[in-house]
Design a protein around this ligand. Sequence first.
Ligand code: SF4
Length: 284
Amino acid sequence: MLSNHSLNHIERPHLQADCEQCYGLCCVALPYGKSSDFAFDKSSGTPCPNLQEDYRCGIHTQLRQKGFKGCTVYDCFGAGQKLSQVTYADRSWRNHPETAREMYDCLPVLRQIHELISYMREVMMRPDTSSLHASLEKVYPDVARLSDLEPAALLQLDITSHRATVNTLLIQASEIVRNSAPASTKAKGKPKGKKRSGMDFLGANLQGADLRGASFRGALMIAANLRNADARNADWIGADLRDTELGGADLRGAIFLTQAQLNAAMGDARTLLPSHLNKPSHWR
Ligand code: SF4
């Protein structure tokens, strides 16, 4: 694992959303369409009518009940407060309309950078991926520095090429974690989950399935049933877990599983999670 010096460096960009330190940037910058996730249409640059003068959400405790489930699952990875407090030096979009449009455009770019840093940090903190730590330590400072760019530089950034460089290491980490999935207490033989990958899990019935070491990279798993599945050491990067049933599922050892993904899913008291993630309050 990394030295304390390196860990401090990794923690420097704050990667968890802190809405108290933001000016409700996502509630203005992002567009959304009327759906099961949002109660009405809104374009980019239009403040959500639920956003109050103090930049707080007026229905924060009732988002799901009021039809704004999408707001509970969005994660800016700390990009909102970084733009508000650092990049734009405590200037809000409301008080500085001359730079508001630029701020809106910077948000998705900086979010991608913070997301990338978050995944790198996860790998660098895992003992089971220690063989990759030295390689990641070499590329980490360059990626971390991107989060300090000025707005004009952020908007010109070729984020795809940076993602590609890091992705090679993230894929290697995924393989290490998935190949070390623990033995099943129920099923015999090799985990069936290792063969699973792709985008085809929409509404799938995987109840009680042996999904140890599965790759769900970018998979659409909306409303899939994974109740009581053994999904230890699975890779969840970019998987869409909206309304995925995770009651009683074992997700320990997961890699690239985020709190926002869990917030979008359904689970219960029996669901087993990695220690750094929490059971959302709406789980039964
Ligand atoms: S409903 Fe609340 S959290 Fe969602 S966009 Fe509007 S103000 Fe923001």
